[in-house]
Structures are given as C-alpha cells and as structure tokens.
Write a protein that binds this ligand. Structure first.
Ligand code: AMP
Length: 417
C-alpha cells in the first residue's frame, strides 16, 4: 500500500524502453502486457494479461483482483481503489511502472452511437464518454473515474476504451429503432444499443472456432446468462440483433431485472401506486427478475428450492425459461439458419438444468441436446448437442477481460505499426 506506482519505476516509459522481444522500430510499444480495468460504481476489477502469444491466443493471466465497497470504508473513492490495484501489482513485481506494460484497457459500458470501435483515450474522448452519462447514469461516471485516475498514474501509456455497446453497433436500423416518434427518439438518443458486447463478440467467435469454422461462415445465437442476461443473433461474425436496448433492462428475465414488459406497467404503477421515476427504476432494475419473483436471484439457490418442491422458485424458473425460449425462437427467425447456440456466463456455463429446459422439445427446429454431454461439468468450451442435431449447441466460457485486452493490444500495435 505504501508504494507509489507513479514513482521512480516510471522511467521505463514505452517510448524509451527496450526489451528482448521488441521490434527495431523505436516507436513500437515495448511491452506485451495489458492491464484491464473494469471500474464499476462500487468496485474495481482488474486483470493483467501478457499478450505475447499470437492474437491473444496464448495470452497468459499474470494477476487479477477486485477492490470492493468503494466509498464505504478504507477505500474512500476510485482514486484510492486504483492506487490499491497499483500497490497490489507492485507487491508482485508487476507494477504499473513496468516497461512491459503496453496499454491499459478500460471497460466502458455505454458508447452511444459515437463509439463503435475500441478507442485510444484522449481528453476529448473522456469528455465524450461523460456526455453519454444520461444514457448510463450508474456506469459511465464510474468508468470515466477509473480512466481519469489510471491516466494520472501513467500519463505516458496508451489507454484504450472498449465499449459494451460496440459489438451491437452493426445492428440494422430497423432493429435498432423503437417504433416511437422519430423526432423525440432522435432528440434524446432513444434507440437500442445492446450491452455485454465484448462477451457476445468473444463467445460468437469462440463458438465458430469450436466448429472449426471461420466466424464469417457461421450464424450464432449467443445466450449470455449471468446475473445480467442478454441474447444476441450473430450472422457471419456480425451482430444483427440483441435483447438489451437503450439500457440493460430490456429482454430476458435476469437476476434482479424484469426484462421485457408492457411499458404501460410504468404509467399504471405511477398512477395507481404513486411510484416515482426513481422508485420504478429501482423496482425494475433491482427488485424484479428472479429476485422479485421468488426472493432469490442465484440460480443455484433456486435449483435447491425447486428440488424441495418450492412453488415460487419453480414458477420463477419457468418464467425465466419461457422468456429465453421465446428469444431462441425469435432469433432463429431473424437468422434463418442457426449453426450454433452458445450458452455462456455464470448460469449458461454452469446450469445444466437451465440449458436442458431451454432446449427441450426443439427437435422441429433442428435442436437436440445430448443429456450426458450437457450434464458434464467442465470449464472448457464444449459441444453439448446430440450427434444428429442440425444446430450445434455449445457451452463457451466467456472472457471479457481477454477480449478487452486483445482489442486494446491490437489497437496500440496498429497505432505503432
Ligand atoms: P455472472 O454474472 O456471469 O458472474 O453470473 C452470476 C450468476 O451465475 C449467479 O447469480 C448464479 O445464479 C449463477 N451461477 C453460478 N454458478 C452456478 C451454478 N453452478 N449453477 C447455477 N447457476 C450458477
């Protein structure tokens, strides 16, 4: 904790550093490591990866950690949290001052229509991310705070923003627009942006790789089922639909979010229950979904309760599965041909019961699970469909940090090449 990460070690700045695996080009970043920072409202997660392997395929995770409860105790603010991250890395000899560091990659939740690619951070970029705060009032302020502090700690180092919305920016206009008054929508940025984009990008590519195919040849439905949950339809490597919209509230039933509902529910509760905008926001984002339905948002607990015959847990599970199946059907129609359905994130990777219930009885759509493969526990990407299934079904562990590091590293390499 006592180490100053911006101190003497900073003399090894990339422009002047040498390292055995550096190209002769003096401008090229010397390092092969990327620090990924995910700065949330009350926590900062980090991972340090070495990208020396080809295209990130051989990336090695050197360190990872989490600083929690920012603002509640000894960690007063994001600056203190980032200093703690720097100190933890220093203690392991992997300090922020290291010449091996090529870039810092920051997760940024909302890129609006402005940011559709990983972006090298400048003062102007920070100001533009701040302009998007009305679209992501909880996330973008924490994200920009993490960027601001990291830039203070290493002002000489390239820092890259990777946006959760970016992968979905290829959605056609007829998918991205809501059917509301165009002038009102355009005046206030009301359209569908989608989230979890780094996960959908990573998993859709990994699903193609699992089939031994180029992403350009493959149509994928990705089901990212974590505490937050979203589906996407990816045609030939390009996202054409996703279930989250203006905010992460739209779409699937989630741990604490309602997902889709008739928007008139909001007017109704406002009129008959006198609920304020903030109360409705909290109800639908924090007290709904599985938690609102049965009092638990952890699928493991819901599974235990169902095994004991708990009717509320059973109903919550059925509502969750019903919504998921509607999206699988809808995205099958959107894509026309589905080569692979990929389950990912905490629930998707771990719950054989959710996967089984979601895929049950879909033989007419060319989907059949292999029950033995589905039940196997593993942390590797794997097929769980039956041999004769026209559409493959896969479990693909997501890795948002690797995806952010890969994109950030590719950008700094491209800038220097
Ligand atoms: P994520 O947001 O991707 O970290 O996912 C978190 C969620 O994954 C938790 O809320 C749990 O409901 C779920 N989860 C984690 N492990 C399991 C498991 N073994 N079985 C069912 N659900 C799980």
């Amino acid at each position: 904790m006592s180490t100053d990460p911006a101190g003497p070690a900073r003399s090894g700045a990339p422009a002047t550093a040498t390292s055995p695996d550096t190209s002769p080009d003096a401008d090229r970043p010397a390092g092969t490591r990327v620090l990924v920072i995910n700065s949330g409202s009350s926590s900062v997660k980090y991972q340090l990866l070495d990208m020396a392997g080809r295209d990130g395929a051989g990336a090695a995770r050197l360190a990872s950690g989490l600083v929690e409860r920012i603002g509640e105790g000894p960690v007063a603010d994001h600056a203190a949290a980032l200093r703690q991250v720097a100190a933890e890395l220093d203690e392991r000899g992997l300090g922020l001052g290291s010449p091996d560091l090529a870039a810092i990659g920051h997760r940024v939740v909302h890129g609006g229509t402005r940011f559709t690619e990983p972006t090298l951070i400048t003062d102007e970029v920070v100001a533009e991310i701040e302009e998007l705060i009305p679209l992501a009032p909880l996330h973008n302020p924490a994200n920009t705070e993490g960027i601001r502090v990291a830039r203070e700690l290493r002002p000489d180092l390239p820092q890259v923003a990777v946006f959760d919305t970016a992968f979905h920016s290829t959605m056609p206009e007829h998918v991205a627009r809501y059917a509301i008054d165009t002038a009102t929508a355009d005046a206030h940025g009301v359209r569908r942006y989608g989230f979890h984009g780094t996960s959908h990008a990573h998993v859709s590519r990994a699903a193609a790789a699992l089939l031994g195919k180029d992403p350009a040849e493959v149509n994928v439905i990705v089901l990212h089922l974590g505490n937050g949950a979203s589906a996407s339809a990816v045609a030939g490597g390009v996202c054409v639909e996703t279930s989250m919209g203006l905010t992460p509230l739209e779409g699937l039933v989630m741990g604490t979010r309602s997902g889709d509902l008739d928007p008139a529910v909001i007017f109704h509760l406002s009129r008959v229950a006198g609920m304020s905008t903030d109360e409705l926001d909290t109800l639908l984002n924090k007290r709904s979904g599985l938690l609102g339905l049965c009092g638990d948002n952890d699928m493991r607990e819901i599974g235990r309760r169902m095994a004991e015959g708990d009717p509320a847990a059973r109903l919550a599970f059925e509502i969750y599965i019903h919504r998921l199946r509607k999206y699988v059907g809808a995205y099958t129609a959107v894509l026309g041909r589905v080569d692979v359905i990929a389950f990912t994130a905490g629930v998707g990777e771990n719950s054989a019961a959710v996967r089984e219930a979601a895929m049950r009885g879909l033989e007419a759509l060319g989907i059949a699970l292999d029950p033995v493969r589905n039940a196997l526990r593993s942390s590797s990407a794997r097929l769980i469909s039956a041999g004769g299934s026209r559409t493959a079904v896969a479990v693909i562990p997501t890795d948002e940090e690797l995806e952010i590091a890969t994109q950030a590293y590719a950008l700094v390499r491209a800038v220097h090449d």
